[in-house]
Design a binder for this molecule. Structure first.
Ligand code: PMV
Length: 327
């Protein structure tokens, strides 16, 4: 069987996904809306080999360890089932950014794995089917199949076939920029699945979170059509802080921020008050992402890099679809 290599970009949700309505199929409790990021990507190669009874996974050149390998293997079982094969696979995955620190490595990781594994198994699948499969690896990965602005549909079918991402606009529709401020490279204390489940079980705010999500998505969609940075920035911050407030209202509280994250949140808001279009978003980790327009990237990078403790600033524009790379 042939070896296939695929690349997928990470994505950052502007309207967040937090909560599952079905754990087995990994169906989200809310829809979400994201932008795909050009500068952050995972490149993954997959080769199914006859006679191989297990899968091996390396990430950034080192053996991935049991937990991650088991997760990738369980995912490859879906591909093997579709393709009617039973061979084990050799998976080699490389991220061009820190892994596991709330930088959406599972999104680009599972999207790249889906595209590479499906092709290596001889399947010719539509982007929609690839997105549906990716979702079962990681909810946010369903969005990384597509470039530009992407919406993850909540769906309503029990089999999950309509819980898929759809491309809204390609990257060229609206050149936006995002700065990613790395405040720590430590692994996050609680993973997103565990965090979501604890939140759904214990937070009294959870029903309100689920109920108010469709409105946020509708507003973000309109803002993107109109290329209205203020409207998109405001709804993004609202969704982000609603998600983090929700996580903090779990019992025990889930707090992804560190002290520097808080400092940066205030700093971005201070700069905005001075007229710079800059809006914060954060995921299941302490990194602060700043949505802005390309013409402000240089100025913002200069101002923010004066703050002590930031390890790295990654600047990115919107990226394209997940794709197979030539061997
Ligand atoms: O798909 P997961 O399990 O990586 O969850 C992603 C959750 C957030 O990044 C916090 C929000 C989102 O919509 O990407």
């Amino acid at each position: 069987m042939k070896k296939t290599t695929a690349l997928a970009h990470a994505n950052i949700a502007l309207v967040k996904y937090w909560g599952k309505r079905d754990s087995r199929l990994n169906l989200p409790a809310v829809g979400s809306l994201s932008m795909t990021l050009k500068a952050l990507s995972t490149t993954t190669s997959v080769e199914f080999q006859e006679g191989l009874s297990i899968d091996t996974l390396s990430i950034n050149g080192s053996d991935a360890g049991e937990k991650q390998t088991r997760r990738a293997s369980a995912f490859l079982d879906l591909i093997r089932k579709d393709a009617g094969i039973q061979h084990g696979a050799i998976i080699e995955s490389v991220n061009n950014f820190p892994t596991g620190a709330g930088l959406a490595s599972s999104a680009s990781g599972f999207a790249a794995l889906t595209v590479a594994a499906a092709n290596a198994a001889g399947l010719d699948l539509s982007p929609t089917r690839l997105s549906e499969l990716s979702r079962q690896g990681s909810g946010s990965a369903a969005r990384s199949i597509f470039g530009g602005f992407v919406e993850m549909k909540l769906g309503e079918k029990a089999d999950g076939s309509d819980s898929i991402a759809v491309p809204l606009h390609p990257a060229e529709h609206w050149p936006l920029a995002m700065l990613i401020l790395i405040t720590s490279e430590a692994e996050k204390p609680i993973g997103s699945t565990e965090g979501m489940n604890l939140t759904a079980e214990t937070s009294p705010y959870y029903p309100a979170w689920v109920d108010t999500s469709p409105d946020d998505i509708a507003i973000a969609r309109e803002a993107i059509v109109a290329r209205d940075i203020e409207k998109l920035g405001e709804i993004s911050e609202f969704s982000c802080f609603k998600m983090h407030g929700l996580a903090m209202s779990a019992n025990p509280a889930i707090i992804y921020w560190n002290g520097l994250s808080v400092t940066l949140i205030h700093e971005v808001r201070r700069l905005r008050a001075q007229g710079i279009p800059a809006y914060v978003t954060m995921d299941a980790g302490p990194q602060v992402k700043v949505l802005t327009l390309p013409e402000y990237v240089e100025k913002l990078t200069g101002l923010l890099s004066e703050i002590k403790g930031i390890r790295q600033i990654i600047s990115t524009e919107l990226g394209g679809d997940a794709r197979i790379l030539p061997e």
